[in-house]
Ligand binder design. Structure first.
Ligand SMILES: NC(=O)c1ccc[n+]([C@@H]2O[C@H](COP(=O)([O-])OP(=O)(O)OC[C@H]3O[C@@H](n4cnc5c(N)ncnc54)[C@H](OP(=O)(O)O)[C@@H]3O)[C@@H](O)[C@H]2O)c1
Length: 457
């Protein structure tokens, strides 16, 4: 049996405590991680496994079954700039046997991607020729296109593209995976999916939280690079891509890249904002002009999408946590040939990604009773209600796919190139920053300047 080793660099970080431990716990409980798996937790702190676990128990908010997790764990202290430490790691891995499948998860700041990749390659822990070695990177993939290109060049010199897994954890979310099924497994939507039927598309990712303890990372990155470059553009590509020629990872990515290359932002329709009090947060430069909110209008240079505005909205310290995709349908040819309806609303399909997962279809119906006036009605599907217990978290699915060498939900390099190039034009333009205290101020501004935008933003 092949032994699988998940090696996590940055095991004392927020990502490990907030996402990876809960995901590992869930996979162990479901029997999807079992005795053939070992987890090497790497960090720079000098401590025993017992100390490390005690610290993790304090940091992890969820109630995990630590007694089941601990047997899988080994704690390793490493200096990531010291070659002898990589040799030590290699010896430890090789001591596990000959038939090994080894994954290296870089849960560290992007500045460490290159030194770790080089350390793994020079020490020959991982080389291009080894099929059973994979390396994983978290977003952001670089700080801009040039930086991303530089990191990628280094990686491609050291490793084969098949060994490189780039995580955009939004792609692991249940309802994001559901977009594909909803679009292509339902003839109801499949044949209504173009500019003849769709009036507008809105992609929302609203957060109520501030930057909290992540100011050091967030400042200098901002909402555009943190959210639009990755999650929001990925959502738009899944919603608007042509049906892939087959249900395979490479074909899906080809369709996504084709659309990503055709997204164009309307430079004059953007609103950038910064919440009041941002400059007083820990880790933020006192004169920072980093945006914590962005609203954008785009269109897709493709005959199917000509004339359809695509709205992007994301930000911190807003009135709620809500991530949704709203598709508004046209209603222009309903009133004809003697048929007149009043009070018609646009049909809307709302894909709810977080915090609730589900779908709502808004339609027009007759009011109950003796008169025939029209009211809006909602058909609602609750995704979480279908499952016993919680639906899997994004990282659970992504870790499982990693173990199974399935890279469908990971992003390919050309998707990242297209996303960076799309937002580069916006970043070149200097933007006035709107200072906001509440989302209501931003909403008013958006609705005043964009009359056709979906009203319930
Ligand atoms: N947190 C999230 O929810 C989230 C979501 C999406 C993507 N990401 C990405 O995931 C990665 C990790 O994020 P994070 O939030 O976990 O960051 P973090 O809390 O800052 O932790 C990063 C880890 O890297 C280690 N580290 C930092 N500088 C180091 C150095 N110079 N030498 C050795 N180790 C060093 C830290 O060790 P010490 O404990 O010793 O400092 C810690 O274990 C980043 O690329 C981030 O952008 C995070």
């Amino acid at each position: 049996m092949i032994k699988k080793i998940i090696t996590i660099f940055g095991s004392t970080g927020n990502l490990m405590y907030k996402k990876l431990f809960p995901a590992l716990d869930a996979l162990i409980k479901k029997g999807l991680i079992n005795q053939d798996v070992k987890i090497l937790c790497i960090a720079r702190k000098d401590c025993t496994l017992e100390d490390y676990v005690e610290e993790a128990k304090k940091e992890v908010k969820e109630n995990l079954d630590w007694d089941s997790i601990i047997p899988y764990l080994t704690y390793i202290k490493m200096d990531l700039f010291e070659m002898t430490d990589y040799i030590m790691l290699k010896d430890m891995i090789h001591a596990e046997g000959k038939d090994l499948d080894v994954m290296f998860y870089l849960a560290v700041p992007p500045t460490l991607f290159e030194p770790i990749a080089k350390g793994l390659s020079i020490s020959k822990i991982m080389t291009k020729a080894q099929e059973n070695r994979r390396i994983l990177f978290e977003k952001p993939f670089g700080s801009d296109f040039e930086d991303a290109k530089h990191i990628n060049q280094t990686l491609q010199e050291l490793f084969d593209e098949k060994q490189i897994y780039r995580i955009d954890h939004y792609l692991g979310k249940e309802m994001i995976q559901n977009i594909f099924i909803m679009r292509f497994a339902n003839s109801l939507f499949k044949h209504q999916w173009d500019n003849k039927r769709i009036k507008s598309i809105t992609v929302l990712a609203k957060e109520s939280e501030t930057v909290m303890m992540r100011g050091g990372y967030y400042d200098g990155v901002g909402a555009l690079k943190d959210m639009v470059q990755s999650h929001l553009l990925q959502m738009v590509s899944l919603i608007t891509m042509n049906q892939p020629i087959e249900n395979k990872s490479s074909a899906i990515k080809d369709s996504k890249v084709d659309i990503l290359n055709k997204v164009e932002f309307d430079l004059n329709s953007s609103i950038f904002g910064q919440y009041d009090g941002y400059l007083d947060e820990s880790g933020i430069q006192k004169d920072s002009n980093t945006e914590t909110f962005v609203f954008l209008k785009a269109h897709i240079n493709h005959k199917n999408w000509k004339g359809v505005p695509i709205y992007f909205l994301t930000g911190k310290k807003l009135n709620e946590k809500r991530s949704e995709i709203i598709i508004e349908f046209e209603s222009d040819d309903i009133n004809q040939k003697g048929w007149e309806f009043n009070n018609l609303d646009y049909n809307q399909l709302i894909i709810r990604i977080a915090p609730e997962e589900g779908v709502t279809l808004k339609m027009n119906v007759k009011t109950p009773g003796l008169n025939a006036s029209i009211i809006p009605a909602e058909l609602t599907y609750c995704h979480a209600c279908q499952s016993v217990g919680n639906t899997p978290e994004a990282y659970e699915k992504l870790l499982l796919d990693l173990l199974n060498k399935d890279d469908t939900l990971y992003t390919r390099w050309d998707e990242i190139v297209a996303s960076w190039q799309t937002i580069a034009k916006l970043k070149d333009k200097s933007h006035e920053l709107v200072n906001y205290q509440s989302f209501e101020e931003l909403k008013q501004l958006i609705l005043e300047t964009h009359v056709d935008v979906y009203k319930n933003i």
